[in-house]
Write a protein that binds this ligand. Structure first.
Ligand code: SF4
Length: 445
């Protein structure tokens, strides 16, 4: 019996597989066919002795050529292996985005940041659009749902952020800062940022970073010193930077995040915070001096492999905690989103053991966590069914869920039913108390 499996090289997610009793080409092509219905890669790589022959057959190469997919054989994989783990991580960082098209507002290149991004992607085609928020070719183009990940990898939008207000928020922060980006190159199947974006959600980078930073600085100055502790922080006003994007990925596009970390370093009464699923070691050189809190989002690795598409592996996120703390960040954990499935609590107990075994005593002393159970939306569910149905088997469980209006966004979302969720929260908090007794929980809902 022979097995062929097609994996997303970055996320290690098995996209499709087939079994056959012979090594004829048919079952390899059937697996490839199903893969291409889910996603279209830039490069198709094969690492086994027989599959390279199959994917070089004319019937296969025609399929690849039509979709402009390059074929690369096992030598590529061997070379990557020989480079070792660290080099492999760097290679994945390099391949997270390969921008070939930049949609830009008319004035985007009047700003130094817009010109900087352009210089980093000189090969990209430029398409002028009236507004970063309404690009019918992207957000309204139903055909792009099947190419969800390709768009995230190859498209960038440059816009000018208009709303510069800091708004109060009482969970991970005291205030949500105006975003320096919106959208993401990663592709978590439950991503709430994607819910309002239609059929595509690539990164939009805002080029007026000086205005954004100025608005935050003036707002912080008006607050004065913080006399009363909040759940976000006992002494510093805390500003959320990553409501609409993942800042660690944004930092691969421009210096916006570097500038914001520098801003908070000098604000006497405020700190920044953002959650991330991406380990970007470039941030280690930003010298935050304790004024930026990174929250690494964690979930059981087997589940993350299905729903956290294009993100850093969970073991890599855990391993990064000590490193980022030593570089001057406060490092917390975001247990979010928490998914409920058979065996979920045992998986969280194991995850806690992995965290406990990995963290240094200093990292444990400063550790706090937040717990956020899954929410989902009908619109994103429909889109996900077209590029990643396997994730929906975990996310869409109507018999356990109910529709509610989100307090944070005002949108209709799907959540675990009220009484079930109350029990799930209690069960998970009990596990955290037992396995990570030194970890304070800021909130759980
Ligand atoms: S990392 Fe955050 S912003 Fe990016 S896809 Fe995942 S949930 Fe969305």
């Amino acid at each position: 019996m022979y097995l062929v499996a097609v994996l997303d090289w970055y996320s290690r997610y098995v996209i499709s597989w087939e079994l056959d009793q012979s090594l004829e080409q048919g079952f390899v092509l059937a697996a490839v066919d199903r893969t291409l219905q889910t996603a279209v890669p830039t490069i198709m790589n094969s690492d086994q002795m027989s599959a390279p022959m199959h994917i070089r057959q004319p019937s296969a190469t025609i399929v690849f050529a039509k979709r402009q997919i390059q074929v690369s054989l096992y030598r590529t994989m061997r070379r990557v292996r020989e480079r070792g783990g660290r080099r492999r991580a760097m290679a994945t960082a390099d391949t997270l985005v390969r921008i070939d098209t930049i949609y830009h507002e008319p004035t985007a290149f009047d700003y130094a940041r817009g010109r900087q991004v352009r210089e980093r992607h000189p090969q990209a085609a430029l398409v002028e659009v009236p507004s970063h928020w309404q690009i019918p070719d992207l957000h309204g183009n139903e055909d792009l749902a099947e190419s969800w990940n390709r768009v995230k990898r190859t498209v960038l939008v440059l816009g000018v952020k208009k709303g510069l207000q800091c708004r109060p928020f009482e969970r991970s922060c005291d205030f949500v800062a105006p975003s320096s980006a919106n959208g993401c190159a990663m592709a978590c199947a439950y991503c709430y940022v994607a819910r309002r974006k239609g059929y595509a959600n690539p990164i939009t980078t805002f080029v007026n970073i000086d205005q954004i930073a100025g608005a935050i600085e003036r707002h912080a100055a008006r607050q004065g010193f913080k006399w009363e502790a909040t759940q976000a922080d006992p002494t510093l006003w805390t500003y959320e930077l990553g409501t609409n994007s993942d800042c660690a990925v944004d930092a691969t596009i421009s210096d916006n995040v570097r500038d914001l970390v520098a801003l908070f370093r000098r604000l006497p009464n405020a700190k920044a915070t953002f959650a991330t699923k991406y380990v970007n070691d470039d941030l280690l050189s930003y010298a935050p001096e304790g004024k930026t809190r990174i929250r690494f989002s964690l979930m059981p690795a087997a589940i993350a492999r299905v729903v956290d598409v294009r993100t850093s592996r969970v073991p890599d996120r855990i391993a990064a905690i000590n490193r980022f703390m030593e570089a001057g960040y406060e490092v917390n954990i975001n247990f979010g989103p928490v998914l409920y499935y058979d065996g979920w609590l045992a998986d969280y107990a194991t995850l806690c053991e992995q965290i406990d075994a990995s963290l240094s005593p200093a990292a444990k002393r400063q550790l706090h966590a937040e717990v956020i159970f899954l929410t989902h939306s009908a619109e994103l569910h429909e889109i996900n069914l077209r590029w990643h149905p396997a994730a929906e088997a975990l996310l869409w469980q109507l018999e356990l869920q109910e529709h509610k209006v989100s307090q944070a966004s005002g949108e209709q979302v799907l959540r675990y039913q009220h009484t079930l969720k109350r029990q799930l929260v209690a069960d998970l908090l009990a596990v955290l108390r037992e396995r990570l007794p030194y970890c304070g929980v800021r909130y759980a809902f």
